[in-house]
Design a protein around this ligand. Structure first.
Ligand SMILES: NC(=O)C1=CN([C@@H]2O[C@H](COP(=O)(O)OP(=O)(O)OC[C@H]3O[C@@H](n4cnc5c(N)ncnc54)[C@H](O)[C@@H]3O)[C@@H](O)[C@H]2O)C=CC1
Ligand SMILES: O=C(O)C(=O)Cc1ccc(O)cc1
Length: 357
């Protein structure tokens, strides 16, 4: 890929542009908001698309605009012959595809796409070249999309460090209703409770409430566009969540042992659901065994730990550190292949670390 056009230089468009600039690809940028375009150019994401378009069609045009703008922007771009292949990044796939068909866009050169990576901030200032590293990038080619066009968009996703997943548009929308769009609404509903929180409550806020409400900081205008375009599937999930919440509230008011057993059942279902979220490499978290190590808070200690794992010939698949500031020790959890866990634990104990269990 030699040259791409990016229309919409917000968070996602500028992140793609930065990633492709990093690979030496020429990037021409366009945004209806001049300030966004200027900032993206200043960040080194590319140069402005000339008003009369490129001298010859680019290899690919990426439409990084809100879902409702995808079809009209695609039609306009195709009219001007901006590129040989077109893709979008919108969080919803079926409705923009239908709208593009109704407008008479050429769907043979269009590959609907969606990188499952983002942030709760919008605009070019929040863009990062590494946003897509290790993430999934959904592709939803229509029946008449040319295989060569799909190959070009696959190359874009791969160049950005993502791995592609080809999926039917309606199935994609039902899936993201569950794993992205409904969580956003649930997060917003919880965060909205905090508006009236007093200083004592805010002073007691810890990591839990931060985790649950992080994504609620997203741009409401963008999210209304996403939810409008995927309303049915999201409403179905929200109905189920609302039922669970209403039942939980009733059980708590009841307070009997039997009622609290039911509450425990819901929390256990929550544990089960959480454990199904894929971890590193898209595998199940439970694929790995976790070796906990109590580590003194000393300079160089982590480096020694990793070195010991290397000596034992054990690959560390993932690592998390639980450490309270001020405490002299922390717990490092090393995720490794189950067959290697015993060997690693023995090696670490032999070197003087405490490995519980
Ligand atoms: N925010 C996120 O975390 C993610 C968003 N997406 C999708 O990516 C797309 C862009 O989202 P963000 O980059 O977050 O939004 P953003 O608000 O940061 O950027 C969107 C940009 O598109 C421009 N724009 C809007 N209409 C336009 C038009 N008709 N012509 C030219 N430019 C136009 C806006 O001026 C803005 O600069 C959306 O479809 C969204 O669903 C996909 C993955 C993650
Ligand atoms: O902030 C996060 O963790 C996200 O998951 C962001 C996100 C928002 C919208 C998408 O369509 C995809 C990803």
């Amino acid at each position: 890929m030699r040259r791409i056009v990016v229309i919409g230089t917000g968070l996602i468009g500028t992140s793609i542009a930065l990633a492709m600039r990093g690979r030496g690809v020429e990037v021409l940028l366009s945004d209806r908001d001049g300030a966004c375009l200027d900032l993206a150019v200043q960040l080194g994401a590319g140069t402005p698309l000339p008003d009369d378009g490129p001298d010859e069609p680019a290899d690919l045009a990426v439409l990084a605009v809100p879902p409702a703008a995808v079809a009209p922007v695609l039609l306009e771009a195709q009219k001007h012959g901006l590129a040989r292949v077109y893709t979008d990044v919108a969080s919803v796939k079926a409705l923009p595809l239908r709208e593009a068909a109704v407008l008479g866009c050429d769907l043979t050169t269009f590959v609907a796409g969606h990188p499952l990576a983002g942030r709760e901030r919008s605009g070019p200032a929040a863009a990062r070249a590494d946003l897509f590293l290790g993430r999934t990038w959904a592709l939803c080619p229509a029946g008449d999309t040319a295989p060569e066009a799909v190959a070009v968009v696959e190359a874009l996703a791969t160049a950005c460090g993502a791995r592609t997943l080809t999926v039917d548009a309606a199935e994609h929308d039902r899936a993201v209703a569950l794993v992205s769009h409904s969580p956003h609404v649930v997060s917003a509903a919880m965060a909205a409770r905090l508006r009236g929180a007093d200083e004592v409550a805010l002073g007691l806020a810890g990591q839990g409430v931060r985790d649950v409400t992080r994504i609620a900081a997203g741009d409401p205008r963008l999210w209304v566009g996403i939810l409008t375009a995927n309303a049915g599937p999201v409403a179905d999930v929200l109905d189920e969540v609302a039922t669970d919440l209403a039942v939980a509230a009733a059980l708590l008011r009841d307070g009997s042992d039997g009622a609290m057993d039911h509450v425990a059942g819901l929390l256990t279902q929550g544990n089960e659901g959480t454990s199904r979220i894929p971890g590193k490499h898209g595998g199940r978290q439970s694929r790995y065994a976790v070796v906990p190590v109590v580590l003194p808070d000393r300079p160089g200690e982590l480096a020694l730990l990793f070195q010991a794992a290397g000596v034992a010939g054990v690959n560390i698949e993932d690592v998390s550190i639980e450490h309270s500031p001020g405490l002299a020790v922390g717990v490092v959890e090393l995720s490794v292949e189950p067959a290697a866990a015993g060997r690693l634990a023995d090696e670490l104990r032999a070197r003087g670390w405490s490995v519980p269990g």
